[in-house]
Design a protein around this ligand. Sequence first.
Ligand code: ZN
Length: 237
Amino acid sequence: MNNMLKFLIELQEIDRQLFEIDEKKGSLPQQVEKLETQAAGVKSELENTRVTLEENQKELVTIKGGLMDAEEKVKKYQDQLYLVTTNREYDALTNEIETVKAEMSEMEGRQLSLETEIENLEATITTSEEQSTAFVEQLHANRDELKEKSDLTDAHQEELEEQRVELIKNISERYLRKYNRILKARKRAVVPIERSACTGCHKQLNPQTIYEIQQMDKFIECENCGRILVHIPGDDD
Ligand SMILES: [Zn+2]
């Protein structure tokens, strides 16, 4: 057997594994990024809810203060009613009292809806906080898992790259150039034959070519796709 072909088969296997690692690695950072985006979304939603709650609480304090002022005003006007001497003064005061009472009724309505909204917001925050905590825990667990996977992958990749460097020392520049050129274009440069055909492009091969490939002492390219054709013992020819 031509040793160069044997080395090319080994090189192809290393490159196949490196290609797989590249594909796997590609999705790892994306997975982490997606989780981080989701976690940030939950957090910012929670912050928005807190801001709304704070605004409502402030408005409630203002309303309550306004109601107290209005009550005092009404009391003051009612006290003045005893002191009036004319009907005109009396009517003016009762009008004032009615106006203030109308304002109070409006404020009481707002107070009620604010209190309901605050209750709802507080319940939302409690639920969101629980969700957020669970989510952050999940994120940390996933991140650790991904990091671990990534480290393992990095170690494997490094090992394969070292093997590759050693291996290509045995392959002549001419073969290596050809191999790299086909690999770039076709992903797989060295392919076995199966059922009398190239497994890269399924082109049927003539018996003479098959015989020559089985001898494994010549560098034979598929005339259709250009891949290097090899015979792997035990394969169906
Ligand atoms: Zn082919």
